[in-house]
Ligand binder design. Structure first.
Ligand code: NDP
Length: 244
């Protein structure tokens, strides 16, 4: 199954590291013109060094005004991957308002805002489009110390379904991917302790964590016309975790 995006413009958020970075590269390889948005300029510089055709877009999605100005300046987009996300671990009884707001701000508010700007353009041009929101298995099952993160990803899943419902008539599809642990910087921060990782791994029938490419391939599929009738779906990438 060959997937091509020739002539399409793609915006990937959180493209400086991890899943977002490899998604941006994969989209270039599939022929898309890619706008890579991230917070740390050095990450964008090294990405552009690797792939000179990529347009770097520096923005802190935690800042709503900067987000509006920067995303509006990017111009028409056909394919959007809302990938940027953060996590802050705290036991439920110790969750701080500051941490809760920070996580919800990036993981939910910024996705709503970026998608709104991009989707308004798609609707005005009548071009249709495809949006993939990078959620998590944490939206489907409770994880200790993940109150803010689980809540944000649960909100992201249902927001994505509302988007799919309202934007579908404009030929804009919206889906989520929901991976379990991926050993990116974020994955290492949360799961490198074998005491935590062991029980998690034991619940995955395929017996391993997810590779970045497993997520990237699912994103490419959902963005593409191969998924022309897939809309409002949340796709677990979990080696079967949810079966048990
Ligand atoms: P990483 O931490 O490796 O990379 C996240 C990227 O997002 C970084 O480039 C980071 O930039 C950027 N980013 C974070 N906050 C902002 C912000 N406010 N503004 C702009 N860019 C920002 O994470 P992953 O690649 O692992 O995660 C990507 C997505 O996948 C996230 O939504 C995450 O929740 C989800 N996910 C991850 C899993 C995992 O186990 N790793 C499992 C399931 C889902 P900077 O470093 O400069 O802050």
């Amino acid at each position: 199954m060959e997937i091509r995006f020739d002539g399409k413009k793609a915006l990937v958020t959180g493209a400086g590291k991890g899943i977002g970075r490899d998604t941006a590269k994969a989209l270039v390889k599939c022929g898309a013109e890619v706008f890579a948005l991230s917070r740390t300029q050095e990450d964008l510089d090294s990405l552009v060094q690797e792939y000179p055709g990529i347009h770097p877009v520096q923005c802190d999605l935690g800042d709503p005004e900067a987000t509006k100005a920067v995303v509006e300046s990017v111009g028409p987009i056909d394919l959007l991957v809302n990938n940027a996300g953060i996590t802050i671990l705290e036991p439920f009884l110790e969750v701080t308002l500051d941490a809760f707001e920070k996580v919800m701000n990036v993981n939910v508010r910024s996705v709503m805002q970026v998608s709104q700007i991009v989707a308004k353009g798609m609707v005005e041009r009548g071009s249709g489009g495809s949006i993939v929101n990078v959620s998590s298995l944490a939206s489907k099952c409770a994880l200790k110390e993940h109150t803010s993160y689980c809540t944000s990803k649960g909100a992201l899943d249902i927001m994505s379904k509302v988007m799919a419902l309202e934007l579908g008539p404009h030929k804009i599809r919206v889906n989520t991917v929901n991976p379990t642990v991926v050993m990116t910087d974020m994955g290492v921060k949360v799961w490198s302790d074998p005491v935590k990782a062991g029980p998690m791994l034991a619940r995955i029938p395929l017996g391993k964590f997810v590779e970045v490419d497993d997520v990237v391939h699912a994103i490419l599929y959902l963005l593409s016309d191969k998924a022309a009738m897939v809309n409002g779906a949340s796709l677990p990438i979990d080696g079967g975790f949810l079966t048990s």
